[in-house]
Design a protein around this ligand. Structure first.
Ligand SMILES: *Cc1c(COP(=O)(O)O)cnc(C)c1O
Length: 397
């Protein structure tokens, strides 16, 4: 029996019904500008303030005004990194540390800064997809301005020891930013406990609307503006507020955070069932550490398979998955994340990422385990690459 299985929740998620309901009044009757003094403006001002307080509470930030609304994860990452770089330069610090498998919103921002006189060190993430704290410590220099390490990787789902990494940066008087786009709403994120200075999040990754996100800026850090203009967001992020967007984001964040204790053990169980099932396929492997991993992330390689054909055939069976990240599929380059964990080019091409949310069930997993192995078999029977792998293997025996 055919089924529809959406398994690309790391790329984006479905808007929650509650978030949609919360947004509706701000797309219809409450259209006032929050900066105005009349009734419908006052209503939207209140809505923006409440959303800010709700986001701060869900993340345990100490004050609502440490939350700054943006247009999403990419903007938050750009703002945090370029802003911290500018602050560093004022003190003669023009060195930034990050990791090899960051999202392009971070890596391309760092490349831009390199062209403008900054030096960047990218830490290894090793075969398990994890940064080593002692390697961070060794990389810090007198002129290091910022450490930016992602909370959870968008392709292989590995979760970094952020609290420990932030403490090391602080020991040396260095600012710490984390791209927590894959983590917020998915796993517990307690800003005060983590001790980070800057944290990026994006609404559409936790069932909120697209095109809205936030940057947490710890009180006392005077981050320069990225967007200049009006007095919105304490004068450092201009532009009339995306009222329905921030209201929807706050509602979705509250909902997805509240569901963590019930949802995550369930997702871990069906994730592990799927991984174990797929590992029985000849010459398959799981990418990234199995334990320190997002509850809904499965990233596998099947030797002798071309990722794109696998995705098309899965789509014909109603399974929506991805290979690498949404930002790189469509290009023929193998994923920089899979290369960073030491996979050779030809294997990094044949990867499959399945990412689950609360909407996925054990029936989805059973269905994938039913349709996927025959697809692999069929693709391999047509693949010259697979023939070569088998031949070389036989010669080695
Ligand atoms: C999706 C994603 C981003 C970009 O967020 P947008 O809101 O789509 O701009 C940044 N970092 C990570 C880790 C992501 O998964």
């Amino acid at each position: 029996m055919s089924r529809f299985v959406y398994a690309d929740n790391a790329a984006t998620t479905k808007l929650s019904a509650n978030a949609f309901e919360a947004m509706k009044p701000y797309l219809t009757e409450y259209y006032g500008n929050p900066s105005s003094l009349y009734h419908i403006g006052v209503e939207t001002r209140k809505a923006v303030d409440n959303a800010r307080a709700d986001v701060a509470k869900a993340l345990n930030a100490s004050k609502p005004n440490e939350i700054y609304f943006t247009s999403g994860g990419s903007e938050s990452d750009n703002w945090a990194i370029k802003g911290a770089a500018e602050l560093g330069a004022k003190k003669g610090r023009k060195h930034i540390i990050s990791s090899k498998f960051e999202h392009h919103a971070v890596l391309h921002t760092l490349e831009y800064l390199e062209k403008h006189g900054y030096e960047v060190t990218l830490l290894e993430v090793h075969e398990d997809g994890l940064v080593r704290p002692e390697e961070l410590e060794a990389a810090i220099r007198e002129d290091t301005a910022l450490v930016t390490i992602m909370f959870a990787n968008n392709e292989i789902g590995t979760i970094q020891p952020i609290k420990e990494l932030a403490a090391i940066a602080h020991k040396h008087g260095v600012l710490f930013h984390t791209d927590a786009v894959q983590a917020v709403g998915t796993v517990p994120v307690d800003i005060q406990d983590l001790g980070v200075d800057l944290l990026s999040l994006s609404s559409h990754k936790f069932h909120g609307p697209k095109g809205v996100g936030a940057l947490y800026i710890k009180k006392g850090i005077r981050l320069p503006a990225l967007i200049h203009g009006g007095a919105q967001e304490r004068g450092i992020r201009a532009g009339t507020e995306n009222i329905a967007g921030v209201v929807g984001m706050a509602a979705a964040l509250k909902e997805s955070t509240e569901h963590i204790p019930e949802r995550n053990p369930r997702l871990e169980k069906i994730r592990d069932k799927l991984i174990d099932g797929l590992l029985t396929i000849d010459r398959s492997r799981i990418n990234g550490d199995r334990k320190s991993r997002l509850p809904g992330n499965i990233n596998m390689c099947f030797q002798g398979i071309e990722g794109e054909s696998l995705l098309l055939m899965l789509d014909m069976q109603g399974v929506e998955a991805s290979s690498g990240s949404a930002c790189t599929s469509g290009s023929l380059d193998p994923s920089h994340v899979l290369l960073s964990i030491g996979l050779p080019h030809e294997i990094a091409h044949g990867s499959l990422r399945l990412t689950f949310s609360d909407d996925n069930t054990e029936e989805d997993v059973d269905y994938i385990l039913e349709v996927l192995p025959p697809i692999i078999e069929r693709l391999r029977s047509m693949s010259p690459l697979w023939e070569k792998i088998i031949k070389e293997n036989n010669e080695n025996i």
